[in-house]
Design a protein around this ligand. Sequence first.
Ligand code: SAH
Length: 247
Amino acid sequence: MYGWDLNAYLDHLGIVPIATTHSCFSEKFGIPRQPLLADASRAAIELLPPFNDPEAVVGLDQHTHLWLTWQFHQVAGQWSPKVRPPRLGGNKKLGVFATRSPFRPNNIGLSVVRLIEVRTHPKVELVVAGADLLDGTPILDIKPYIPYADSVPTASSQLAEQAPTLATVNIPPPILQLAREYRDNLGTDLPALIQQVLAQDPKPAYQQPDPERIYGMELCGFNLQWRYVDGAIEVVALDKLEREVAG
Ligand code: SAH
């Protein structure tokens, strides 16, 4: 019927991760819902043997942006024909193929990211900005973004016409100071990252939070906590976690 046998395909698909991801996002909650929404986020895409040959990345630095295909590995094997996209408030269902939901057959993710640097020593890795990827995400392929072919100025989406509106974020000076002291080998600007991640308002859109409720996420090895006061987001704590996460 298809010209191929599904079981044989399952046995011999032959797709393996070519790289892994080091990012500040060590849990799903709080990760921006699409790439390039938080340009302050930094990730290292580390090529794995036998693909970590410096020859394999020659010419990549001629491009400002890349496509990454990857696996939503934390929900691998999970899919549903109807899903609730957060963009629609989390209470309206759509067909999975009409969405960018992780809960899809094959669980393949697609993200355009900004290329900052191609490193070949001591590891072959790409430093990128704006990735919406969990730490440890397996990368299936890397391709350059080609503006003349990949950007479609006349395209439209009636369901997601514009980027989400940004929330107001207030970070108290002592927490800002602590965030400014953060350093990693990717050059992450933690105050900017906190600002941009929270401006996306990670909480489910249908929740009407009362000011008592504290939300939290792990970010760059910290537990970041916030609450909602008069519609704005107020950071209430930034506590160092025991383990390091950023690459
Ligand atoms: N740009 C991608 C991803 C959209 S969904 C695409 O369109 O295919 C984005 C969400 O995926 C993030 O908010 C995060 O919660 C989730 N995510 C990121 N990495 C993941 C992983 N490795 N496993 C499961 N979920 C992941």
